[in-house]
Write a protein that binds this ligand. Structure first.
Ligand code: NDP
Length: 330
C-alpha cells in the first residue's frame, strides 16, 4: 500500500470553504474494514453541490469529496472481500460524513461495497456512477408500478444530464418510446442517438403547472423537480407512474392531488444513497443487462483529479452533457 497518496480535500474555516489538492497517509483515513486502491470516480450533481458548498452536502470537515468510487481491494478484514477484488461504491454517506472517492486510497465499510459487475470496467462503472444507478432504480420503480412499453411512452426530464442520458439509453433498449425533455435543443442529435424518439423543450414543462393536462405519457423519470415535475405529473395518463429523483429546477412541488385522485397516477420517490444492498445488486445486474456500453461511451468524458473543481461549477450550471468520469491516476 502507498504510504502517501493524493486526494482532494475540502476544508471549512468559519463560513469559508476551500478545496485543495492534498497529500495524505493511510493513517489519515477514516475507520473501515476494507481499504480500496481507487482508480476511478465520477462527478455527479451532488458532487457539484459538495465542492462548491452551494448546499450543505458535507457534514464533517475536513472531507474528501466524491460520492462514488471504483477500484481494487488492497486490505480487508470483511468476510465478503479479499485483496485483489474489484469493487464499486455508490453513496452511503461518502462525501457527507465519510471520506469519498476523490482519493487514491479509500477505507470504507465492506457492507457498502458492490462487486464490480463483470460486464463493466472500473471506468465504465463510474461512467454509470450514482447518476446511472439512480436511473436504473427509477426504471425498476416504474416496472414495479406496472409500467411496460405497451402502456405508452416514458418522458425523461433533464435529458442531457447524467441521470437523463443513462435513463434514455436504458428505456430505449427496453423497448419504450422515450420522450426527452431538454433545455439544450442543440443536443437533439445526441439525445436521438441515445434512443429518444421525441424532444420536448424544457420551457414547455417548466411553465406554470396545470392541474390536469393532456395525457401524454405512461411513465416518467424526473431529475428536475419543481414546476417541471408538477407538469410531468399532470400530463401522466390514467394509471401511470412518475419516478421523482432530482431537484435540478428546485425542491418545491407546486401540484394538486387531482392527478392522483382523478387519474390514479403514482408518484414514486427514488433515494439512492442508503438503498438496501439487495436492490443495489439488482440495479447493477440490470445495468449490466440493459445498458449498451457503446451508448455509455458516447455520453462520457474523462477528466483528472485536478479537473473536479471546474467540473463542479460546470455541472451545477447545466453545462455538462452526460457523464464525467474522474481518472484518479491522471
Ligand atoms: P446533471 O447536471 O448531469 O443533470 C441535470 C439536468 O437537469 C441538466 O443536464 C439539465 O438538462 C437539467 N436542468 C439543469 N438545470 C435545470 C433547471 N433550472 N430547470 C430545468 N432543468 C434543468 O445532474 P445529475 O444527472 O447528476 O443529477 C440530476 C438530479 O438528480 C440532481 O438534482 C441530483 O441531485 C439528483 N439525484 C438524486 C439522486 C437520488 O438519490 N435521489 C441520485 C442522483 C442524482 P437539460 O440541459 O437536458 O435540460
Amino acid at each position: 500500500m502507498k504510504d502517501r497518496f493524493k486526494a482532494v480535500l475540502i476544508r471549512k474555516d468559519g463560513d469559508t470553504q476551500t478545496v485543495e489538492d492534498a497529500i495524505l497517509t493511510p493513517a489519515d483515513l477514516m475507520d473501515g474494514d476494507v481499504t480500496v486502491a481507487v482508480s476511478h470516480s465520477t462527478v455527479n450533481y451532488k458532487d457539484g453541490l459538495a465542492i462548491t458548498g452551494r448546499s450543505p452536502v458535507v457534514r464533517k470537515f475536513p472531507m474528501i469529496p466524491g460520492i462514488d468510487l471504483a477500484g481494487v481491494v488492497e486490505q480487508s478484514s470483511h468476510t465478503g472481500f479479499k485483496p485483489g477484488d474489484k469493487v464499486l461504491l455508490n453513496g452511503f454517506g461518502l462525501s457527507e460524513t465519510h471520506y469519498g472517492g476523490y482519493s487514491e486510497l479509500a477505507r470504507v465499510k465492506g457492507d457498502w461495497l458492490v462487486p464490480l459487475p463483470k460486464a463493466f470496467s472500473a471506468a465504465e462503472a463510474m461512467a454509470i456512477g450514482t447518476a446511472g444507478y439512480t436511473s436504473m432504480l427509477s426504471i425498476l420503480a416504474l416496472e414495479d408500478a406496472g409500467i411496460t412499453p405497451d402502456k405508452g411512452p416514458v418522458v425523461v426530464t433533464g435529458a442531457s444530464g447524467g441521470v437523463g442520458s443513462v435513463a434514455i439509453a436504458i428505456l430505449a433498449k427496453l423497448g419504450y418510446r422515450v420522450i426527452a425533455s431538454t433545455g439544450r435543443v442543440e443536443e437533439e442529435a445526441y439525445l436521438k442517438e441515445l434512443g429518444a424518439a421525441e424532444i420536448v423543450a424544457r420551457s414547455e414543462l417548466a411553465a406554470e403547472p396545470r392541474m390536469l393536462g393532456k395525457e401524454r405519457w405512461a411513465g416518467a423519470v424526473d431529475s428536475v423537480g419543481s414546476k417541471t415535475l408538477a407538469n410531468v405529473i399532470s400530463s401522466t395518463q390514467y394509471g401511470g407512474a412518475v419516478a421523482a429523483c432530482g431537484l435540478a429546477q428546485g425542491l418545491d412541488l407546486p401540484t394538486t392531488v387531482a392527478p392522483f385522485i382523478l387519474r390514479g397516477v403514482s408518484l414514486l420517490g427514488i433515494e439512492s444513497v442508503y438503498m438496501r444492498k439487495a436492490r443495489r445488486l439488482q440495479a447493477w445486474e440490470r445495468l449490466a443487462r440493459d445498458l449498451d456500453v457503446k451508448k455509455l461511451a458516447k455520453m462520457t468524458h474523462t477528466i483528472g483529479l485536478s479537473g473536479v473543481r471546474a467540473a463542479a461549477g460546470d455541472i451545477l450550471a447545466g453545462k455538462v452533457r452526460g457523464r464525467l468520469v474522474v481518472d484518479i491516476s491522471r
